[in-house]
Design a protein around this ligand. Structure first.
Ligand code: ASP
Length: 340
């Protein structure tokens, strides 16, 4: 008799556990959108970008496969991209007008709607870990500049000398941007000199992002960036702003954006997609496409986003020539793409 009751308890336990885990998970990442043309890309460079994206997918997939959370998976994927100098986040961050690197990042948990962000930080190796610390270890959502740096150091984030972020490629990008600014000033078109605007041919947004659904049905989103080349006056873009560049809600979707940040802020991009699903009952793809393909260019902006919904449907929508992007699903389906 006792044997049967133990068996019964075990069966109940297994049933409860399997009801909580549907075993289905999805991870989607991006490494920025922009004028990314096959004609101007070398095969070697393309291989490096794809390898960088693959490394990030592997890091997140390992966590999700082993029953880890969406939150841990997006953080791990972003950390890999931050450490890769090809992407405009962490090590590969772009330069400000003053020749500095000021980094922004944010992360959001769709289960609790808790979020964390840092903006304008100059010495945190992985800003996404600092954003996570703000979420987990403080009462706040967003910290900036010196304060964020002190908080990150006190909470175990790796601090580096700002020179860690120097890369020749990004420095040359700044020199090109400044050359263009002086040309514009010469032609009295100085309004555009306030911020590097993506009107030159080779413009790329290299921000990185990750969204995930884990096997417990929880969603998470994270975004990290160096912002825009030649930015000034403490400019902050959409990436660290919850609701603009990043959003996650278990009832709807998780979103991470890349593009001309000012427009993403004005459109409250990530939260609007969630709202369109919740209140207008749109599906994820329609909601994202409406914002990225119609509303964003109508205002004069451009860029893209990745998003996954609570059922594991995902979309990678952009209105630029390309977007570094990739995904992996629990059924083994995976892909990495760059161009349209
Ligand atoms: N959205 C970022 C910003 O405006 C730039 C990017 O996506 O690369 O700061």
């Amino acid at each position: 008799m006792k044997k049967y009751s133990i068996l019964f308890v075990l069966i109940c336990f297994a049933a409860i556990l399997s009801a909580q885990t549907n075993k289905k998970y999805v991870l989607v990442i991006h490494g920025g959108a922009g004028t990314i043309l096959q004609s101007t890309m070398t095969p070697e460079k393309e291989k490096l970008y794809k390898q960088g994206l693959q490394n990030a997918l592997n890091a997140g997939n390992t966590i999700l496969k082993n029953g880890g959370t969406a939150l841990n998976a997006v953080e791990a994927a972003i950390k890999v991209l931050e450490d890769d100098s090809l992407f405009n986040a962490g090590k590969g961050a772009v330069f400000t007008n003053e020749g500095k690197n000021e980094l922004d990042a944010s992360i959001m948990d769709g289960k609790t709607l808790k979020a964390g962000a840092v903006a304008g930080v100059t010495n945190i190796r992985n800003p996404i870990t600092a954003a996570r610390a703000v979420m987990d270890k403080s009462e706040h959502v967003m910290m900036s500049g010196k304060g964020a740096e002190l908080f990150a150091a006190a909470n175990g984030c790796t601090i580096v000398d700002p020179s860690y972020f120097f890369t020749t490629q990004r420095w040359n990008d700044l020199l090109d941007a400044k050359k263009e600014d002086s040309l514009k000033a010469l032609h009295k078109d100085s309004t555009k000199a306030l911020l590097r605007q993506p009107d030159n041919h080779d413009y790329k947004y290299g921000t990185v992002g990750a969204v995930a659904l884990d096997m417990y049905g929880n969603l998470a989103a994270a975004t990290s960036t160096g912002g825009m080349t030649d930015k000034r006056y403490g400019r902050i873009g959409d990436s660290p702003i919850i609701g603009a560049g990043t959003y996650a809600d278990n009832n709807t979707c998780a979103v991470s954006c890349t593009g001309w940040g000012e427009y993403f802020i004005r459109l409250v991009m990530a939260k609007t997609i969630s709202d369109k699903m919740e209140f207008a009952h749109e599906n994820l793809k329609d909601a994202a496409d409406d914002m990225i393909i119609k509303k964003l260019p109508a205002l004069g902006g451009d860029g893209g986003l990745i998003a996954v919904d609570k059922d594991g449907n995902f979309t990678m929508s952009f209105d630029t020539d390309g977007m570094y992007r990739g995904y992996v699903k629990s059924n083994g389906e995976t892909g990495i793409e760059i161009y349209k």
